[in-house]
Write a protein that binds this ligand. Structure first.
Ligand code: FFO
Ligand code: GTP
Ligand code: MG
Length: 426
């Protein structure tokens, strides 16, 4: 087993930089660079040297397998966060035999392989590192803490219970069956099916929390959409001009609305156009507006537009400053801006109350196949003891789907994909 190392902190000048080393050679490498290591489970200031040349004086932490993040022997070098120090320390580490730079996510991969966390927790950890808003942090943190794993484990236990009730009956097949297990098995299946189905519908909301809710700003050319986007963003994200048809590409601005991750989309003004490029822009605008979670129609009259508002969509008049009725929004004067933001926030805050524990298509696929197998099992159980063996087989399929979800089985082919999205040093 290679010993791996990486910079765990951001690749830039900083107060402190942390280099982690994990694997069988971690302690011996540490002793060669630092003279002696602090005793296991503690930290101390040590010189960090290369061939007798003092690179830095750092804080050194020693962990011993299995009591570390990876479950292996680990040392951490907390260095001054200088680019030159980091380069020299990484160079020095790579010169040791059997010691190499870690791949993205490789520390976490070892933690998974050593049973320190399961696949759901690993995904949660990736989300936690990517979290930009409070809702994202809270959702990811509950997954890291094992909330999803615990629920799935509970469902799995109930299905195993149901399967064993069927197995007992199957074993008694030629004798008088002691009790009819069908009611108990059905009740177990019903409870898991309803909770899993509920989780599937919640997963769409959690997915939006994870990736951000999208709000498309749509309207006629020149309505002031780009000006509005810039006002929301507090910076010049999009080009604005007095010429109708200025915006063509969809411009995205990510925002944190009191912890809710929301991406505003500025789009091309909607009209019939002879300009081929503008027409492509308009097609993109309509496509993105349709898939967005919410649309803001910056429009006096939505029937002017080739798009109908959906129930929660917001319709607001443009250029409030040119109006006398006190309504509308203006990116120039800021009139109505706060009210608009509050309205968007309210819509998503309400949707976010329906979030759950799963946030990926992968989770939904597993849950869906588990539910399908449970439905089949339930139907078979109602047909009578002659087909209990078939029902038990369906239950095993459902159990395997749940095990796949938390990575108990069969996930080798998933790992490269999951870990490739991790940062270096994690
Ligand atoms: N310096 C530093 N900060 C860090 C981490 C790290 O690895 N290093 N973490 C990394 O992501 C996070 C904290 N999570 C951690 C989780 C488990 C262990 C760990 O060593 N667990 C051992 C028990 C350690 C002990 O004796 O207290 C274990 O589970 O056996 C370390 C960090 C965030 N902050
Ligand atoms: N008076 C007034 N003018 C505005 C307001 N918002 C935008 N404008 C002006 O209207 C013109 C068009 O603004 P844009 O923000 O580029 O309009 P748009 O909706 O993005 O236009 P397209 O990208 O062409 O669809 C510019 O000259 C802006 O300065 C507003 O609230 N009040
Ligand atoms: Mg524009």
């Amino acid at each position: 087993m290679d010993t791996i190392f990486a910079l765990a902190t951001a690749q830039d000048r900083a107060g402190v930089a942390v280099v982690r080393v994990s694997g069988p050679a971690a302690h011996s490498v540490g002793m060669q660079m630092c003279g002696t290591l602090p005793k296991v489970g503690s930290f101390a200031v040590r010189p960090v040297s290369s061939d007798g040349d003092l690179i830095d004086r750092g804080l050194v932490l020693t962990f011993a397998a299995p009591h570390s993040f990876t479950g292996e022997d680990v040392i951490e070098l907390h260095l001054h966060g200088s680019i030159a120090i980091i380069d020299r320390v990484l160079d020095t580490l790579s010169a040791f035999d059997g010691v190499r730079l870690a791949e993205p996510g490789e520390f976490t991969r070892r933690a998974l392989e050593n049973g320190k966390m399961d696949l759901a927790q690993v995904e949660g950890l990736a989300d936690l590192i990517d979290a930009e808003t409070e809702f994202q942090r809270a959702q990811a943190m509950q997954t890291v803490e094992g909330a999803l794993s615990k629920v799935v484990e509970d469902w799995r236990a109930r299905l195993i219970n149901a399967a064993s009730l069927l197995e007992v009956t199957i074993d008694f097949a030629d004798e008088d069956v002691p009790v009819d297990v069908a009611p108990e098995v059905s009740a177990l299946l019903e409870s898991v099916m309803s909770q899993a189905s509920d989780e599937i519908s919640r997963s769409y909301v959690s997915e939006r929390v994870r990736t951000g809710f999208e709000v498309a700003i749509v309207g006629l050319p020149n309505a002031g959409k780009s000006t509005l986007l810039n006002a929301l963003a507090g910076r010049d994200a999009a080009i604005t001009s007095e010429f109708a048809g200025t915006t063509r590409d969809v411009i995205e601005v990510r925002m944190d609305l009191d912890g809710l991750p929301v991406t505003f989309l500025d789009t091309a003004g909607l009209r019939e156009s002879d300009d081929q490029v503008e027409t492509i822009g308009i097609e993109r605008a309509i496509a993105r507006a349709k898939t967005a979670d919410l649309r803001v129609f910056l429009s006096e009259n939505v029937s002017d537009l080739p798009l109908d508002p959906l129930p929660q969509d917001i319709v607001v008049a443009p250029k409030a400053d040119l109006r006398t009725d006190g309504t509308g929004v203006s990116g120039v004067t800021g009139a109505g801006l706060n009210a608009l933001v509050q309205e968007v926030k309210a819509v998503f805050a309400d949707r976010a109350t329906h979030s759950g524990l799963t946030s990926r298509a992968r989770h939904r696929t597993s849950l869906q196949s588990a539910v399908t197998a449970m439905k089949d099992a339930s139907r078979l159980v109602n047909q009578g003891p002659e087909v209990y063996d078939l029902a038990a087989e369906e239950l095993r399929t459902a159990i395997r789907s749940l095990e796949f979800l938390v990575g108990r089985i069969d996930v080798e082919n998933l790992l490269d994909e999951i870990f490739s999205s991790f940062c270096l040093g994690k």
